[in-house]
Structures are given as structure tokens and as C-alpha cells.
Design a protein around this ligand. Structure first.
Ligand code: CUA
Length: 157
């Protein structure tokens, strides 16, 4: 009878391991504090960002309980706003577009990562947990200052 119980336990544990393994592959860096849960798009006129309701003044907007939207403009060779400050334990959706050439937007040490194409809005949603600071880097070559193009994501208590 006891052996039977242990077998059940082991079977359960190995199943849990398999499920955890698949989840890690599917969702990437589990447990690092920021994880990307969605990645989709939209369009915008890159020459009229000044007249855009959000991109004209990029920043963080509270849209619900523990829910934020962040409008980000990438341009040679900065991200606006910088730093991006959001509260811990919230769901944050980034809308990122470019004012000039193709850039990248990657939150270092997480799986939040997208290309930033002029005319297109990259939308990525992440869950942020613990207070922390993350570097943001451009990972697409965008000109002479590419290697200096970085920002900061601050997750505050
Ligand atoms: Cu912007 Cu590389």
C-alpha cells in the first residue's frame, strides 16, 4: 500500500516537472520579475508623432487597478521617456514606436523584446513583480550611436 502511494507521488512530481519545463520554454524566463505575455501591433504615422495623443508626450498612464500603459518613442539614440517608472505587482503594456529608423526594445534579463519599426506600434505586455531596475537596450543597428542607445525601467514599491 505504501509503495503504491510513493509511486503516485513520484508520478505527480515528474508530471509537474514536465509541465514546468514546457511552461519555461513557452513563456521564457519564468520568475525573473518581468515576463512578456503578449506581443502584437498597430499603426501610426511616424512623421506626425507630435500630433499623436499619446506619442506626442510619451509616458506612463494608469489604466486600471495595477494596470499601466507606457507609450515609448525610440529615436536616434534615445528612448523617451527615460527612465520608465512603474509600480511593482502590476501589468504593464508598452506601446513602442520609432520616430526615425528601425530600433530594438529589449528589457535586459527578461524575455520582453521587440523590434521597433517606424509606422508600426509594437505592443508588448509584461507582468512586473518585485521592485527592481532593468536596463533597456536597442538591439537593432540604427546608426553611429546604436551602442549607446539605452534606457531604464524602474519597478518601484
Ligand atoms: Cu536604436 Cu540601435
Amino acid at each position: 500500500m505504501h509503495i503504491h502511494q510513493y509511486e503516485k507521488l513520484w508520478l505527480g512530481m515528474s508530471l509537474l516537472l514536465i509541465v514546468g519545463f514546457i511552461a519555461t520554454i513557452t513563456y521564457g524566463a519564468v520568475g525573473v520579475g518581468v515576463s512578456m505575455v503578449d506581443d502584437s501591433g498597430g499603426n501610426v504615422d511616424p512623421n506626425a508623432l507630435d500630433e499623436h495623443p499619446e506619442f506626442s508626450d510619451p509616458g506612463v498612464q494608469k489604466v486600471g487597478e495595477n494596470e499601466y500603459e507606457v507609450y515609448v518613442v525610440a529615436r536616434q539614440f534615445i528612448f523617451q521617456p527615460d527612465p520608465i517608472v512603474v509600480p511593482a505587482n502590476s501589468t504593464v503594456t508598452f506601446y513602442v514606436t520609432s520616430a526615425d529608423v528601425i530600433h530594438g526594445f529589449a528589457v535586459v534579463g527578461t524575455n520582453a523584446n521587440t523590434m521597433v519599426i517606424p509606422g508600426e506600434v509594437a505592443e508588448i505586455t509584461v507582468e512586473v513583480n518585485e521592485p527592481n531596475e532593468y536596463g533597456i537596450v536597442c538591439h537593432e543597428y540604427c546608426g553611429s550611436g546604436h551602442h549607446t542607445m539605452e534606457g531604464l525601467l524602474r519597478v518601484v514599491p
